[in-house]
Design a protein around this ligand. Structure first.
Ligand SMILES: [Fe+2]
Length: 193
Protein backbone atom coordinates (compact mmCIF):
# COMPACT_ATOMS: atom_id res chain seq x y z
CA UNK A 1 0.00 0.00 0.00
CA UNK A 2 1.19 3.53 -0.78
CA UNK A 3 2.96 5.33 2.08
CA UNK A 4 0.37 8.12 2.04
CA UNK A 5 -2.47 5.63 2.57
CA UNK A 6 -0.58 4.00 5.44
CA UNK A 7 -0.09 7.41 7.05
CA UNK A 8 -3.80 8.18 6.69
CA UNK A 9 -4.72 4.81 8.16
CA UNK A 10 -2.37 5.34 11.12
CA UNK A 11 -3.87 8.76 11.76
CA UNK A 12 -7.37 7.27 11.56
CA UNK A 13 -6.33 4.83 14.30
CA UNK A 14 -5.35 7.70 16.61
CA UNK A 15 -8.61 9.50 15.88
CA UNK A 16 -10.59 6.27 16.36
CA UNK A 17 -8.94 5.78 19.77
CA UNK A 18 -10.15 9.23 20.83
CA UNK A 19 -13.66 8.56 19.53
CA UNK A 20 -13.81 5.24 21.34
CA UNK A 21 -12.60 6.94 24.51
CA UNK A 22 -15.31 9.59 24.32
CA UNK A 23 -18.03 7.04 23.72
CA UNK A 24 -16.77 4.81 26.50
CA UNK A 25 -16.58 7.60 29.08
CA UNK A 26 -20.10 8.79 28.24
CA UNK A 27 -21.36 5.22 28.68
CA UNK A 28 -19.61 4.96 32.06
CA UNK A 29 -21.23 8.18 33.25
CA UNK A 30 -24.63 7.00 32.02
CA UNK A 31 -24.60 3.46 33.36
CA UNK A 32 -22.38 3.76 36.44
CA UNK A 33 -22.71 7.42 37.28
CA UNK A 34 -18.93 7.60 36.97
CA UNK A 35 -17.22 10.85 37.87
CA UNK A 36 -15.19 11.92 34.88
CA UNK A 37 -13.06 15.05 34.85
CA UNK A 38 -14.55 17.22 32.06
CA UNK A 39 -10.97 18.20 31.14
CA UNK A 40 -10.67 14.78 29.54
CA UNK A 41 -13.43 15.68 27.07
CA UNK A 42 -11.94 19.15 26.51
CA UNK A 43 -8.53 17.61 25.75
CA UNK A 44 -10.16 15.14 23.34
CA UNK A 45 -11.99 17.92 21.52
CA UNK A 46 -8.81 19.98 21.40
CA UNK A 47 -6.95 17.01 19.93
CA UNK A 48 -9.59 16.51 17.25
CA UNK A 49 -9.54 20.22 16.44
CA UNK A 50 -5.78 20.65 16.20
CA UNK A 51 -4.82 17.27 14.79
CA UNK A 52 -7.75 16.22 12.68
CA UNK A 53 -9.31 19.50 11.54
CA UNK A 54 -6.12 21.46 11.01
CA UNK A 55 -3.72 18.76 9.90
CA UNK A 56 -5.28 15.46 8.85
CA UNK A 57 -8.19 16.72 6.73
CA UNK A 58 -6.24 19.49 4.92
CA UNK A 59 -3.57 16.94 4.01
CA UNK A 60 -6.14 14.56 2.54
CA UNK A 61 -7.81 17.42 0.67
CA UNK A 62 -4.66 18.97 -0.68
CA UNK A 63 -2.69 15.95 -1.79
CA UNK A 64 -4.86 12.87 -2.25
CA UNK A 65 -8.31 14.26 -3.06
CA UNK A 66 -6.94 16.83 -5.46
CA UNK A 67 -5.24 14.12 -7.54
CA UNK A 68 -8.40 12.02 -7.52
CA UNK A 69 -10.65 14.94 -8.44
CA UNK A 70 -8.63 15.47 -11.61
CA UNK A 71 -9.72 11.99 -12.76
CA UNK A 72 -13.34 13.22 -12.99
CA UNK A 73 -16.36 10.86 -13.02
CA UNK A 74 -17.01 8.72 -9.95
CA UNK A 75 -13.78 9.88 -8.26
CA UNK A 76 -14.76 13.55 -8.51
CA UNK A 77 -18.23 12.81 -7.05
CA UNK A 78 -16.84 10.82 -4.13
CA UNK A 79 -14.21 13.47 -3.40
CA UNK A 80 -16.80 16.28 -3.53
CA UNK A 81 -18.92 14.40 -0.97
CA UNK A 82 -15.96 13.91 1.40
CA UNK A 83 -14.76 17.48 1.01
CA UNK A 84 -18.23 18.64 2.05
CA UNK A 85 -17.94 16.45 5.15
CA UNK A 86 -14.49 17.91 5.90
CA UNK A 87 -15.88 21.43 5.55
CA UNK A 88 -18.69 20.60 8.00
CA UNK A 89 -16.26 19.03 10.50
CA UNK A 90 -15.37 22.29 12.25
CA UNK A 91 -19.01 23.15 12.93
CA UNK A 92 -19.72 19.65 14.23
CA UNK A 93 -16.83 20.02 16.65
CA UNK A 94 -18.06 23.47 17.79
CA UNK A 95 -21.53 22.01 18.49
CA UNK A 96 -19.98 19.24 20.53
CA UNK A 97 -17.87 21.76 22.44
CA UNK A 98 -20.97 23.82 23.21
CA UNK A 99 -22.80 20.75 24.57
CA UNK A 100 -19.76 19.98 26.74
CA UNK A 101 -19.75 23.55 28.10
CA UNK A 102 -23.45 23.27 28.95
CA UNK A 103 -22.82 19.97 30.70
CA UNK A 104 -19.86 21.40 32.65
CA UNK A 105 -21.80 24.46 33.73
CA UNK A 106 -25.32 23.02 33.95
CA UNK A 107 -24.51 19.65 35.48
CA UNK A 108 -26.51 16.42 35.25
CA UNK A 109 -29.56 17.89 33.54
CA UNK A 110 -27.37 18.71 30.53
CA UNK A 111 -25.83 15.23 30.36
CA UNK A 112 -28.42 13.57 28.04
CA UNK A 113 -27.92 16.27 25.38
CA UNK A 114 -24.14 15.99 25.71
CA UNK A 115 -24.29 12.18 25.49
CA UNK A 116 -26.52 12.35 22.39
CA UNK A 117 -24.13 14.87 20.80
CA UNK A 118 -21.13 12.61 21.47
CA UNK A 119 -22.93 9.59 20.00
CA UNK A 120 -23.92 11.48 16.85
CA UNK A 121 -20.46 12.96 16.45
CA UNK A 122 -18.70 9.61 16.91
CA UNK A 123 -21.09 7.81 14.52
CA UNK A 124 -20.64 10.40 11.78
CA UNK A 125 -16.86 10.55 12.21
CA UNK A 126 -16.55 6.77 11.99
CA UNK A 127 -18.74 6.70 8.88
CA UNK A 128 -16.53 9.36 7.32
CA UNK A 129 -13.28 7.49 7.99
CA UNK A 130 -14.87 4.23 6.84
CA UNK A 131 -15.89 5.89 3.56
CA UNK A 132 -12.33 7.09 3.04
CA UNK A 133 -10.82 3.69 3.67
CA UNK A 134 -13.43 1.55 1.92
CA UNK A 135 -14.21 3.80 -1.07
CA UNK A 136 -11.39 6.31 -1.58
CA UNK A 137 -8.48 3.94 -0.93
CA UNK A 138 -9.52 1.35 -3.56
CA UNK A 139 -10.51 4.10 -5.98
CA UNK A 140 -7.15 5.82 -5.56
CA UNK A 141 -5.27 2.55 -5.95
CA UNK A 142 -7.19 1.87 -9.14
CA UNK A 143 -7.02 5.33 -10.72
CA UNK A 144 -3.74 6.93 -9.70
CA UNK A 145 -0.53 6.27 -11.56
CA UNK A 146 2.91 5.42 -10.18
CA UNK A 147 3.93 9.04 -10.85
CA UNK A 148 0.89 10.29 -8.91
CA UNK A 149 1.79 8.10 -5.94
CA UNK A 150 5.38 9.24 -6.02
CA UNK A 151 4.27 12.86 -5.75
CA UNK A 152 1.59 12.15 -3.11
CA UNK A 153 3.88 9.96 -0.99
CA UNK A 154 6.61 12.59 -1.18
CA UNK A 155 4.19 15.31 -0.14
CA UNK A 156 2.93 13.24 2.80
CA UNK A 157 6.45 12.38 3.90
CA UNK A 158 8.02 15.78 3.43
CA UNK A 159 5.10 17.64 4.81
CA UNK A 160 3.23 15.45 7.22
CA UNK A 161 1.61 18.57 8.51
CA UNK A 162 0.76 21.18 5.85
CA UNK A 163 0.06 23.85 8.46
CA UNK A 164 2.91 23.54 10.90
CA UNK A 165 6.46 22.41 11.39
CA UNK A 166 7.51 18.85 12.17
CA UNK A 167 7.81 19.49 15.87
CA UNK A 168 4.01 19.73 16.06
CA UNK A 169 3.79 16.03 15.28
CA UNK A 170 5.58 15.51 18.58
CA UNK A 171 3.20 17.97 20.23
CA UNK A 172 0.24 15.86 19.07
CA UNK A 173 1.90 12.80 20.55
CA UNK A 174 2.31 14.70 23.82
CA UNK A 175 -1.31 15.80 23.71
CA UNK A 176 -2.46 12.25 23.01
CA UNK A 177 -0.39 11.03 25.97
CA UNK A 178 -1.90 13.72 28.16
CA UNK A 179 -5.41 12.54 27.26
CA UNK A 180 -4.42 8.99 28.08
CA UNK A 181 -3.11 10.23 31.44
CA UNK A 182 -6.28 12.16 32.19
CA UNK A 183 -8.71 9.41 31.25
CA UNK A 184 -9.66 6.78 33.79
CA UNK A 185 -8.72 3.13 33.13
CA UNK A 186 -9.19 1.17 30.93
CA UNK A 187 -9.10 4.04 28.39
CA UNK A 188 -6.26 5.79 30.17
CA UNK A 189 -4.20 5.43 33.25
CA UNK A 190 -6.16 7.86 35.41
CA UNK A 191 -5.36 11.38 36.66
CA UNK A 192 -1.83 12.10 37.77
CA UNK A 193 -1.34 11.57 41.48
FE1 LIG B 1 -9.36 10.87 7.05
Amino acid sequence: MAKALNIIRDEHRSIAAILHGMEYLVERIRTRNAKVNPRVFSAMIYYLDTFSERMHHPKEDRFLFQALRSRGGEAATVVADLETEHAAGGDALRRLEQCLMRYEEGGDKEFPAFAAAVEKFVREYRDHMHKEESIVFPLAQRLLSAADWQAIDRAFEENRDPLAADRDTRDFKKLFDRIVNLAPPPIGVGPDA
